[in-house]
Write a protein that binds this ligand. Sequence first.
Ligand code: OAD
Length: 254
Amino acid sequence: MLIEKAARDLAAARNVVALTGAGISIGSGIPPFRGKGGLWEKFDPMQYASIDAFMADPEKVWREFIGELKVVIDNAQPNAAHMALARLERLGMLHTVITQNVDGLHQAAGNTTVIEFHGTFTRQRCTDCAALSATRDVDLSRLPPRCWCGGVLRPDWVFFGEMIPSVELDRARQSAAGCDLMLVIGTSALVQPAAYLPVIAREASARVIEINAEATPLTASVSDYLIQGKAEAMLDQILGALEALRPDGPPHPG
Ligand code: OAD
């Protein structure tokens, strides 16, 4: 079975990197971008998630899009998939998480080396003085919310039309090139340059294992195999199988 195969592949690997996307946070109540119920079904990204749209009318973007997202992300908790990746790190078997998500749930679960490829929504940044503030503390009674200096606050994420910060881009590329196993979890692999990271891993002879509810453009040509299903259930089962393989066996309850 593929679950046991993934556990064996993880046990044999020396440098494991996980690349995650919106699918891993669906179990935490955060909608994905594409597909049924996805954010881009309701919001045209060019009108709500591009830097030009934000700068042209930040009040509208906050009122109709970002404000709603704040309520969802402020209240979200890590799910079994995030917890499984944190367990994998505690076992000394996960080097780095590269995430396209902006929800901070990998860190909340306990992962310590997380590259936030598209930035984060857990912080807001002043468009004038660049001061950062925790999103939870941002007052939405007047929109757009403002910094103490009077500048408009924006999410510390990468809007469409902005570049991936070079530090994150370089770290992510190096992690992909240096790993010998990449878990690609819950991403449609349609957005570049993130979708190229598994290709870099593959070209460096790493094994690429996808965990996704459905096949993606990577499945046929880049991934070694796809474990099809919900990340919450699949990762939990893989961790169970992996812990059973270890010489000290599965952990005792309590
Ligand atoms: P998408 O919404 O494009 O894709 C989500 C993926 O998760 C799909 O492939 C689903 O099949 C899969 N999926 C759904 N439920 C799942 C589950 N329970 N377990 C595992 N997989 C599941 O999200 P991303 O690929 O993350 O960028 O999107 C990439 C980027 O596009 C985002 O970071 C964002 C967006 O535009 C920016 O905003 C810059």
